[in-house]
Ligand binder design. Structure first.
Ligand code: HEC
Ligand code: HEC
Length: 350
């Protein structure tokens, strides 16, 4: 009698659980219409990139996701966007200061996070690209990143049956061309939105901050907020923070793009959302932790450094102020975003 109970009750129950498990796995990567809806988070301004001209659809987003994680975009099929932009690091890269590309070549800059990009009016540390859809052409063609041409990528994708079907599902004209490749990538990267950190919950009254975090927020608003402006934590300008130029890299920032002495060592004010996860810091990853960044800001800079007027005299901070600010910065970590299944790699490589 007892044995029968085991066969008739436990075994079917076990199978049902197993099946539910499989179904659950499929749902993990499934993208629904609701998953690709774009909403402006509370308190955020109007975006710069207009999704009206490239409305995200599940098929477009899934195509963008596949392209983002597919090394086929590089010359020798070794490097994908996701190789450099790691999900666990808010799509920055935490292993090394400078980006690593094709054939083990090392780039000149720290990989920035990818988040809230539709609110950016310019891209890259020096702002040399001004449209989200144009941005991928830079890593694709860069000889030390992916070293590939868009024409060659189109050929490779046209030969691939799975991709042909995906372009058909994603775009009315079904064509595998650069426009559709770039639009699919922008649907994927444009929906990477981080707006659910403890800071956001504090702002909407759903959470509280500890005394140290709150003190840090006040100090931050007073000393850092002009440049790292809420709620995006950047004012989208370019500033010189008094860093000395690295004598090996010779990276002068905006000046290298326009030859203007006035723009020497100016770099984009980066967002600080998920900053706890995106170490090392600055355009060349020279600082390993937040304490080093804050120590930098307390220095006085010489006239010759052309540091921003806000920073030139050094920001006055006690050790306690620094630790309060760091506690506050950690409230910008957005677990919902970092674990958002929509941005996970279905091929399981990354
Ligand atoms: C070899 C590593 C590497 C690869 C591969 C790579 N990136 Fe990047 N990405 C970087 C680095 C480094 C920067 C900053 C470059 C600079 O400032 O000159 C960057 C910048 C960006 C930015 C600008 C972010 C901002 O806030 O300004 C976006 C968007 C981006 N990458 C998306 C992509 C996409 C999409 C792909 C794939 C087509 C890709 N990246 C491939 C390393 C990489
Ligand atoms: C004058 C404008 C300005 C002010 C004021 C300012 N910052 Fe920055 N911040 C920048 C710029 C520009 C960068 C990028 C510099 C670079 O990479 O060369 C930066 C970089 C950072 C980074 C590294 C980000 C990353 O992704 O690598 C952190 C952290 C940071 N700032 C925190 C602060 C804090 C905290 C304060 C206040 C104590 C502050 N900043 C004040 C302009 C400013």
């Amino acid at each position: 009698m007892k044995k029968r109970i085991i066969y008739f009750v436990l075994f079917p129950g076990f199978f049902i659980l197993l099946l539910a498990g499989f179904a659950g796995d499929n749902n993990y990567f499934a993208i629904t219409a609701k998953d690709v809806e774009f909403h402006i988070p509370k308190g955020f301004p109007q975006p710069v990139y207009d999704f009206k001209n490239n409305t995200p659809t599940p098929a477009g987003f899934v195509l963008g996701r596949k392209l983002f994680y597919d090394p086929i975009l590089s010359k020798d099929s070794s490097i994908s966007c996701g190789f450099c932009h790691q999900r666990i690091a808010a799509f920055a890269h935490i292993d090394h200061a400078l980006s690593h590309g094709i054939n083990g070549l090392i780039g000149k800059r720290n990989v920035p996070p990818l988040e809230n990009l539709v609110w950016s009016s310019s891209f890259m540390w020096d702002g040399r690209i001004n449209h989200l859809e144009m941005q991928p052409l830079s890593p694709i063609s860069n000889p030390i990143e992916m070293n590939e041409t868009i024409r060659n990528i189109i050929k490779k994708l046209q030969r691939n049956k799975e991709y042909a079907g995906m372009f058909k599902a994603a775009f009315k004209d079904s064509v595998v061309n650069s426009r559709n490749i770039l639009r699919a990538l922008a649907q994927f990267t444009g929906l990477m939105i981080s707006a659910n950190s403890r800071y956001d919950k504090f702002m909407s009254g759903e959470d509280t901050l500890s005394p140290s975090e709150y003190k840090g927020l006040q100090l931050f608003r007073d000393k850092c907020g002009q440049c790292h402006k809420e709620p995006l934590f950047t004012d989208n300008t370019f500033r010189n923070t008094g860093l000395a130029m690295d004598t090996n890299l010779h990276d002068s920032g905006v000046a290298a793009t326009n030859g203007q002495m006035l723009d020497m060592m100016k770099f984009k004010v980066p967002t600080l959302r998920n900053i706890e996860m995106t170490y090392p810091y600055m355009h060349d990853g020279r600082f390993r932790n937040l304490k080093q960044v804050l120590d930098h800001y307390t220095q006085k800079f010489t006239k010759e450094s052309h540091a921003d007027p806000i920073l030139v005299e050094g920001i006055q901070l006690t050790e306690e102020d620094k630790s309060n600010i760091i506690d506050f910065l950690k409230t910008l970590t957005d677990q919902t975003f970092l674990h958002d299944r929509r941005f996970a790699d279905p091929s399981g490589h990354y």
